[in-house]
Design a protein around this ligand. Structure first.
Ligand SMILES: [Zn+2]
Length: 61
């Protein structure tokens, strides 16, 4: 199984054989979301965390 190196914490990140470039994986060590930017060798890029719900002001009821 190919492995890449987490740019955040230097841990080995396992990548499935059939994973394609541009897919997302997450580091098991630090939980950082990583995008596969290369496959031979495996290269990983940190994906900037973005909040999924774009509520500007938090409404709490
Ligand atoms: Zn990591």
């Amino acid at each position: 199984m190919p492995t890449g190196t987490c740019p955040e914490c230097d841990a080995d990140v396992h990548v499935d054989m059939d994973t394609d470039k541009g897919e997302m994986v997450s580091c098991e060590e630090c939980g950082t979301n990583l995008e596969i930017v290369g496959l031979d060798p495996v290269e990983l890029d940190i994906v900037e965390e973005e909040t999924l719900d774009d509520d500007d002001d938090e409404d709490e009821y």
